[in-house]
Design a protein around this ligand. Structure first.
Ligand code: NAP
Length: 303
């Protein structure tokens, strides 16, 4: 079985940064991702707060990070880690994937998160037929069409702006009377003339072959209204991927995120965690910083 000093599970911004740092320490390292590198970061339409770039898409930045990562670290894409177990050997972690098995002295969990679903009638049925979780991936098909964007956070408002820019007629539906998103995004929504429906929840998504309408419930009056639409984009947060963390008895907080200390250490020795799977601010720059810290901690701990 191939042996490594550090195995990083997940090749999002944090995982790739950990790989860059790990490689430069002179240790033997591997990043494994069940998909293409980038994770949900690939879906970000535009970032205006990543230092060094006025405006860059998630896909473009990930491609740059990936090129840099593979100069420094082995990367296996499209390989899924199915099990991580701990033994008493020096190479104490056995990482089993759908293709192979490896041993490592340390593990960095960079497993990210996936889209939260509405869990309403019609959502699964019309997925890919008008229901989408990714404006960057599917927005192109909705130019000149009516779209409902569900959510009130930074992602929902950013994606609404992206879709409007593509020429879609966007309405934001949010369950409360104020948005959670940063003020500058709220101002941009107003400036762009994007329609908003507040205090409304989506109760059902309807259609024949494709989405044709949504049933909205007013959270104050309970009234139901049917609103015609060609598409519904859902951007209501994320669920952390903690299956492997649980296999290692890594501690989670009450929201299901991994608890880490300032060195990105979990409660399990030689297991570190970074990025959206952890408690804390969900930002690229944070995930990257955490990746640098985790790789350095792992290196220090195995000296
Ligand atoms: P988020 O901040 O957690 O916001 C989720 C939104 O969805 C909230 O407005 C929430 O409503 C709503 N929501 C949750 N469950 C719902 C349900 N079942 N039905 C209807 N609405 C529901 O998620 P996010 O916008 O995806 O952002 C995730 C993280 O990434 C955040 O930390 C965010 O700051 C960060 N982010 C930052 C940027 C940036 O450039 N600065 C860009 C994108 C994302 P309530 O408000 O009522 O809870």
């Amino acid at each position: 079985m191939e042996q490594y000093d550090i195995i990083i599970i997940g090749a999002g911004p944090g995982g790739l940064t950990a790989g860059i740092y790990a490689g430069r320490q002179g240790t033997k390292n591997l990043i494994i991702d069940r998909d293409l590198a980038g994770g949900l970061g690939r879906e970000v339409p535009a970032m205006e707060n990543y230092p060094g770039f006025d405006n860059i898409s998630g896909l473009e930045l990930i491609e740059k990070m990936k090129v840099q990562a593979i100069q420094n670290c082995e990367l296996h894409e499209m390989e899924e880690v199915t099990q991580v177990t701990k033994t008493d050997d020096e190479y104490q972690f056995t990482v089993k994937t759908d293709k192979d098995s490896y041993q490592s002295k340390t593990i960095i969990l960079a497993t990210g998160s996936s889209h939260q679903h509405l869990n309403v009638k019609g959502e699964d049925e019309f997925k890919g037929k008008g229901v989408s979780y990714c404006a960057t991936c599917d927005g192109f098909f909705f130019a000149g069409r009516d779209i409902i964007m569900v959510g009130g956070g930074n992602s929902a408002l950013q994606e609404a702006l992206y879709l409007k820019n593509l020429g879609a007629n966007v309405t934001i539906v949010h369950r409360r009377d104020e948005f959670r998103a940063q003020k500058h995004l709220q101002d941009m929504i107003k400036e762009a003339g994007i329609n908003t429906l507040l205090n409304k929840t989506v109760e059902e998504i309807k259609g024949d072959m494709l989405v044709e309408s949504v049933m909205l419930k007013d959270t104050k009056t309970g009234d139901l209204t049917e609103v015609a639409t060609n598409g519904i984009f859902v951007s209501i947060g994320y669920i952390p991927h903690t299956e492997l963390a649980k296999q290692l008895d890594v501690k989670l907080d009450e929201s299901g995120h991994i608890i880490i200390d300032k060195n990105q250490k979990t409660n399990v020795d030689y297991v570190y965690a970074i990025g959206d799977v952890c408690v804390g601010l969900k930002q690229w720059i944070v995930a990257c910083g955490e990746g640098a810290v985790a790789a350095t901690s792992a290196f220090t701990d195995i000296q």
